[in-house]
Write a protein that binds this ligand. Structure first.
Ligand code: FES
Length: 80
């Protein structure tokens, strides 16, 4: 099982991390990937100046906003 972790620390929360989680959750379902990918919430990753922090497995941190969530999914999850 692979993991997408989304920061839900206060700064990322204000920038829409829950909307990103919802979007990614819907996309995982839509692409029938529920048995392969799981979503996790992560606490502050010390990257608060940027958009919402997202990590794939143990990857570096990505910073995405809600508008980029779908493109991120296509690139990093479907393209993985
Ligand atoms: S709150 Fe997300 S990186 Fe700090």
């Amino acid at each position: 099982m692979r993991t997408i972790s989304v920061c839900v620390g206060s700064s990322c929360h204000l920038k829409g991390s829950y909307d990103i989680i919802k979007k990614l959750k819907d996309l995982i379902k839509e692409h029938d990937l529920e048995g392969k990918w799981e979503l996790k919430a992560e606490f502050c990753c010390n990257n608060c100046r940027n958009p919402v922090s997202v990590r794939i497995d143990d990857s570096e941190l990505y910073s995405i906003d809600v508008e980029r969530a779908e493109a991120f999914f296509k690139e990093k999850i479907l393209g993985a």
